[in-house]
Design a protein around this ligand. Structure first.
Ligand code: DOR
Length: 424
């Protein structure tokens, strides 16, 4: 049956305008301020804002291989609750999708259990071991790009070869940048004041930006489309900004935690442990500035669920990774938009528009004929983040207990309601 969304609003040229919308067979079929409602299911939106569904280009859904941490079903339910209608899934799985046969296993789970669109990444190297290049050509029709996320590709020669192949197949290389020769074994957190005060082994920020620098040189040689994962340092930003100014096909993402937290906020709790680690206040501020000036294209959560036991070892022993799908919009809106630091339009560009543009994904426009992948936002919904409410199997977030002022009210994917807020 056709659906009519009534009483909602959209953002057009920076101003909020009332709208009614009819949805049929997964698409927006009509937009008007006066639609006939006869024989249709009508949903009243109470002046909430309708935006194109969010896209997260960096999530870990853990299946196949690690379904005790998260599954395609739980991860995509969490994504829908966070307002996402599409996610790009990282390949650090078991088996690693480095050939068509392994990828097929992941695709089967996606087809069976995903609540929203899931676009998998193929691995750059077999087993993400950094040695042999994966079977790019066989996987190309089914993947949104190639990544060895969780590890940097250490060999210059292999990264060059991967970029040459990706260029011929017209898909991006999506790089976790980490030069392992610049890391002290056993590092725990950023090599800064907290690490020094607490006798923890620090992670040198140069390990990130040196590899960004190397890769930009390889992009210049190969012409490959190249996207930097979870940028955390101001030095990486300087290099990415310069590469863009030079006209190289370089883009990047950062995560909400790098925009909103720094190593002054650290607590000896697994909720604060991720790779790259929280950096300095100067890095955090540079990231916000880069979001405003467009150097940062996307905000991706790096949703990285682990079991409660794996996150129970404090900063010292917990595994790297926090969940982010269900908190991204409320924390970003409250701390960056409501405070006037970032415009709502810039935030939506980073969550809806740029991810689709960079990865060639459908949708992103509220217009007749477009897919009905829509997120409905309640911008006046003060509440406290409580990880006990999460649909993700993991609860590990540094944002637990934060007061926020906005919420995702509803998410529609292919015209179906995949999430509806229980609060009110
Ligand atoms: O904190 C992280 N967790 N960073 C990564 O790069 C990988 C991820 C994971 O897979 O747990």
């Amino acid at each position: 049956m056709n659906l009519v969304l009534t009483g909602g609003a959209v953002l057009r040229n920076g101003s909020v305008q009332p709208i009614e919308m009819e949805i049929s067979q997964g698409r927006i079929v009509s937009i008007s301020s006066t639609l006939s409602k006869e024989g249709k299911t009508v949903i009243e939106l109470h002046n909430h804002l309708i935006v194109p569904g969010f896209v997260d280009v960096h999530v870990h859904l853990r299946q196949p291989g690690f379904s005790y941490k998260e599954t395609i079903a739980s991860g995509t339910a969490a994504a829908a609750a966070g307002g996402y209608t599409a996610v790009c899934a990282m390949p650090n799985l078991k088996p690693v999708p480095d050939c068509l046969e392994n990828l097929q296993e992941e695709l089967n789970y996606i087809q069976k259990d995903a609540r929203i669109h899931v676009y998998p990444f193929g691995a750059i190297t077999c087993g993400e071991k950094g040695e042999t290049i994966a079977d790019f050509a066989a996987m190309a029709p089914y993947v949104c790009g190639w990544s060895d996320d969780g590890r940097g590709v250490q060999s210059d020669e292999r990264m060059r070869r991967a970029m040459e192949l990706a260029k011929t197949l017209d898909k991006p290389i999506v790089a976790h940048c980490e030069d392992e020769s610049l890391l002290t074994p056993g590092w725990r957190i950023h090599d800064g004041a907290y690490a020094h005060a607490h006798n923890l082994i620090g992670n040198n920020p140069e390990s990130e930006w040196r590899q960004v620098e190397r890769d930009i040189g390889l992009v210049r040689e190969t012409g490959c489309r190249y996207h930097v994962c979870h940028v955390s340092t101001k030095e990486s930003l300087t290099r990415i900004r310069a590469a863009k100014a030079e006209g190289l096909p370089v883009s990047c993402e950062t995560a909400p935690h790098y925009l909103l937290l720094c190593d002054d906020d650290l607590q000896d709790d697994g909720r604060f442990k991720m790779n790259p680690p929280l950096r300095t206040a100067a890095d955090r501020d540079a990231l916000v500035e880069a979001l405003v000036d467009g150097t940062i294209d996307c905000i991706a959560t790096d949703h990285a669920p682990h079991s409660a036991a794996e996150k129970s070892g404090g900063l010292h022993m917990s595994l790297n990774g926090i969940v982010g799908l269900e908190t991204a919009f409320p924390v970003l809106y409250t701390k960056l938009v409501k405070t006037g630091i970032v415009s709502l339009t810039a935030l939506l560009n980073a969550l809806c528009v740029n991810p689709r543009r960079l990865f060639g994904l459908p949708g992103g426009e509220i217009a007749e004929g477009q897919p009905a992948d829509l997120t409905i936002l309640d911008l006046d919904c003060p509440h406290v983040i409580d990880s006990a409410d999460f649909l993700s199997m993991s609860r590990s977030t540094p944002f637990d207990g934060w007061n926020v002022s906005a919420a995702v009210h509803m998410t529609l994917c292919d015209g179906e309601i995949v999430y509806q807020e229980a609060r009110e």
